[in-house]
Structure formats: C-alpha cells, structure tokens
Design a protein around this ligand. Structure first.
Ligand code: INI
Length: 157
C-alpha cells in the first residue's frame, strides 16, 4: 500500500493569479513584477488570467490581498514589495506588519498568498534580489505560487 502523496506541478496553464504590488521603491518593485510575469508566462500561464493591482506601499498589501482573495477569482496571490531599512526609521514596524498581514490573509481565506517582499538593509541588497546577483525574488515567488495553485487543485479533487 503506497501512501498518497500530493505535490504541485510547475504548470500555470489555466490558473488565475493576482499580483499585488507596491509603488514604494518602484525602481525595485517593477523588476519584481517583470520577473513574476515572465515566470508565469514561461510556465504556461496567460496574461488574460493575470490581474496586477498597484498599491501605494507595502503596508497596503494585506488588506488589498484580502479583498482579492475574498473575490474567489484567483488560484493564488503574489505579494511584491521592497522594504528597505536605509530609507526609513520605521522599517521594523512596516516589515513586521506586512509579513504578519500577508500570512493572515492566506490563513483566513485559504487562498495561497505568496510572500515576495524584500526586507533589506540597503538599496544594494534589494537590487541584488531584483534581477541581478541573487536572482529575482518576483520570479521565485511566482514559481512558488504556480506550485501552490497546482497543489490546491490536486487537494480539492
Ligand atoms: N513602504 C514600502 O513598501 N517600503 C518601504 O521601505 C517603506 N518605508 O520605507 O517606509 C514603505 N512605507 C510606506 C508604507 O508602506 C505605507 O504606504 C504608508 O505608511 C501609508 O500607509
């Protein structure tokens, strides 16, 4: 008797994704968005199944993600932002609230809500994770969203 094993495949075909993205540090976040879109499209997703919602800052992401999750339109949500210590004295508060908030949306709604938020000490660290030395956090987060969307479909069957 073999155990029944569930795991998500990396196929985005027919799956609907919502991307919530912060304008704050837009220099960085636009690169995260490009990465996320590239990843979904290269895994068989289509533009008509993707909605992108811009919010002013990362603090506005959780409530917006909650709104989208409750709409029932999406297989997974992808939250993209950059919180950079160099730019703010309230870095810890903003980063902690956004992180907790995004986790809560996933738990309360049951929709996979992926965390693509850079929390960096410097702008250089953020650049490294937005399409240079350390890859692109938007791309990686989208890949995890693709996997979770497929996993959820499998669990529902
Ligand atoms: N928002 C960010 O997304 N990243 C930051 O680094 C940041 N800093 O530095 O403060 C930031 N602040 C704005 C915040 O997210 C809200 O938009 C604002 O406080 C209004 O609620």
């Amino acid at each position: 008797m073999m155990a029944k094993v569930y795991q998500g495949q990396l196929s985005a075909s027919g799956r609907k994704f919502g991307i919530i993205i912060s304008r704050f540090n837009e220099f960085i976040t636009t690169r995260l968005l490009e990465g996320a879109l590239d990843c979904i499209l290269r895994h068989g997703g289509s533009e008509e199944n993707i909605e992108v919602v811009w919010v002013p800052g990362s603090f506005e992401i959780p409530v917006t993600a909650q709104n989208l999750a409750q709409s029932g339109r999406f297989d997974a949500l992808i939250c993209l932002a950059a919180v950079i210590r160099g730019g703010t004295v309230h870095f810890e508060y903003v980063a902690a609230e956004v992180t907790k908030g995004i986790a809560q949306v996933g738990l309360q709604t049951g929709i996979p809500t992926l965390y693509g938020v850079l929390t960096c000490d410097t702008l250089e660290e953020a650049i490294e994770r937005a399409g240079t030395k350390q890859g692109n956090k938007g791309w990686q987060t989208a890949l995890n969203a693709v996997e979770m969307a497929d996993l959820w479909r499998g669990l529902k069957k």
